[in-house]
Design a protein around this ligand. Structure first.
Ligand SMILES: O=P(O)(O)OC[C@@H](O)[C@@H](O)c1c[nH]c2ccccc12
Length: 254
């Protein structure tokens, strides 16, 4: 079992904040400070986004954060260099579209992350059928390849996806881009509970989670939450106190 799977399975409830690498007034030099800030609040893991020029699944908040980060000159290779010097017990999960990793070199990517705090990777545009691009390197490293399950994933495919899965299952709560939530579908809670019953590893719900009510709801029907847009926006606006207050309450939801 990989470190990420083990650490998250030990948790009563999982709370994972998402941040965009390089979206800080000091660009990537601010990454370590943000990681420490979040990790001191007791989060289960930290998802670190790699900015990309064509982020198909990103809503407006994350997309803008990516553009700001790119304007600071952020690249995957600079992020990896930075991650080599960041020490933390909190597992880090890189969220990148496939193209930057492909350009960097898939083997180099996994090789460069050995010995860093990165224990997982999410590649939202690399479907199950194409995992063999990375599986050789995933299998020989301690990095978990995190799979996404959407609302439209049927039971047969869910069974396929949870089999041999590591880290956690990323349950996408809406049919849409990050940050958007008009209202959740009525069937969502049952979908999550069914998925949780199938999955041997934690099922963590993300997309549109931005209030303590959301956190409570998804902590009941799944194993925890991922919060991106809310945190990215508040950190950018400099509302660190509000973020700290939200996260300390969210990690404590019973
Ligand atoms: O922003 P939200 O709605 O809180 O959702 C998390 C999400 O931003 C983060 O996990 C993420 C950012 N970009 C993505 C692309 C695909 C899947 C997930 C993501």
């Amino acid at each position: 079992m990989k470190t990420l799977t083990k650490k998250l399975s030990e948790k009563n409830k999982v709370f994972i904040p998402y941040i965009m690498a390089g979206d800080h007034q000091n660009g990537l030099d601010g990454l370590e400070e943000t990681v420490k800030f979040l990790s001191d609040l007791g989060v289960s893991a930290i998802e670190i986004g790699v900015p990309f020029s064509d982020p198909v699944a990103d809503g407006p908040v994350i997309e803008l954060a990516g553009l700001r980060s790119l304007a600071h000159g952020t690249s995957l290779s600079k992020i990896i260099d930075k991650l080599k010097s960041i020490e933390t017990d909190t597992p880090l999960v890189i969220m990148s579209y496939f193209n930057p990793i492909y350009q960097y070199g898939i083997e180099n990517f996994f090789e460069a992350l050995k010995g860093t705090a990165v224990k997982g990777v999410i590649i939202p545009d690399l479907p199950y059928e194409h995992e063999d691009f990375v599986s050789k390197y995933v299998d020989t490293s301690d990095i978990a390849f995190v799979r996404l399950v959407s609302l439209s994933t049927d039971k047969t495919r869910q069974e396929q996806l949870v089999k041999d899965a590591e880290g956690f299952i990323y349950a996408v709560s809406i049919n849409g881009v990050t940050g958007s939530k008009n209202s959740y579908e009525d069937s969502l809670d049952k979908h999550l509970a069914d998925l949780k019953a199938l999955s041997p590893i934690p099922v963590v719900t993300g997309f549109g989670v931005s209030t303590l009510e959301d956190v409570k709801r998804f902590d009941k029907v799944s194993d925890g939450v991922i919060v991106g847009s809310y945190i990215v926006e508040k950190l950018y606006e400099g509302d660190t106190e509000e973020v700290a207050d939200f996260i300390s309450k969210a990690v404590d939801v019973k």
